[in-house]
Ligand binder design. Structure first.
Ligand code: KIV
Length: 296
């Protein structure tokens, strides 16, 4: 059993037989930080999606996703804010609890990582550790994620030294959107690319178990991936990363108008939901819902 520190799932939850679902006696092992690193070593790609609620978490876990990220993108896609800045630690805890319950009620295999929201880790390493501890203790998640390179490395060390696994996040870091001034691709010039590579190494040294690389040139992402021993998970960073992450709402096509180049829409759910609701509205208006068999 390979468990990393910080994982507090009961042994019965770590290995479970899913013979009823798979029709055989295959045993599913819960995804761990150690396993993510082993996947990189073996050249196996890591799949990660964002998730913010109980039911989606169950569906994604049963579908075989490796990692669920309770992203602070909940601020945009769940709460409707323009940026990720407004979401609070308490709101992240609420979403993460729901996702952990969803995975627990499904196969229990996916690792759940919670984003540390804006200003929950920037003030001091002490404050960051306290807030990372709240996320872990109150939600049952398996790791936290935070944004930033050299400026965050001491904090990453403080948190990982306390036994809490940390995923770093480099490139386009949405909590700094007002500093960047746009959502354009980052690190296109040699100076910023060099800094990003150094940042990746600093985060690895500080104890991060993985890195998200967001919206950077694919050649740089591939270079970072081969320069560090921890897995990189890309979003808009090309195929050379050790894994990929997308925002669930984007890949499901819940907002048809949002189609940036790096998103592949695997469904067109806005259309599916809209058609279903239109049919329901018609049925209610015409009095054909409910019918006899739908009544008591
Ligand atoms: O909050 C989020 O959804 C993220 C992903 C884009 C990596 O950080």
């Amino acid at each position: 059993m390979s468990l990393t520190s910080g994982q507090r799932v009961l042994p019965t939850k770590i290995f479970l037989t899913v013979s009823t679902q798979l029709g055989n006696n295959k045993t599913v092992r819960q995804m761990t930080t150690r396993q993510a690193i082993e996947m990189k070593e073996k050249g196996e790609k890591i799949s990660m999606l964002t998730c913010y609620d109980f039911m989606s978490a169950g569906i994604l876990d049963r579908a075989g996703i490796d990692i669920l990220l309770v992203g602070d993108s909940a601020s945009n896609v769940f709460a409707g804010h323009e940026t990720t800045l407004p979401i609070t630690l308490d709101e992240m805890i609420y979403h993460t609890k729901a996702v952990v319950r969803g995975v627990g009620a499904a196969s229990g295999r996916a690792m759940v990582i919670a984003d540390m929201p804006f200003m929950s880790y920037q003030l001091s390493s002490e404050d960051a550790l306290r807030n990372a501890g709240r996320l872990m203790k109150e939600t049952g998640c398996h790791a936290v994620k935070l944004e930033g390179g050299r400026v965050a490395s001491q904090t990453v060390k403080r948190i990982t030294d306390a036994g809490i696994p940390v995923m770093g996040h480099l490139g386009l870091t949405p909590q700094s959107i007002y500093k960047f001034g746009s959502y354009k691709v980052r690190a296109k010039d040699a100076a910023e690319a060099g800094e990003l590579l150094t940042d990746a190494k600093l985060l690895e040294e500080a104890g991060a178990f993985a890195l998200v690389l967001e919206k950077i040139p694919q050649t740089l992402a591939s270079g970072v991936t081969t320069s560090v021993s921890i897995p990189t998970v890309g979003i808009g960073a090309g195929a050379g990363c050790d894994g990929q992450v997308l925002v669930l709402n984007d890949m499901l096509g819940l907002n048809e108008n949002f189609k940036p180049r790096f998103v592949r829409q695997y469904a067109k759910l806005e259309q599916v939901i809209s058609d279903a609701v239109k049919r329901y509205v018609d049925d209610v208006r015409q009095g054909s819902f409910p019918n006899e068999s739908e009544s008591y």
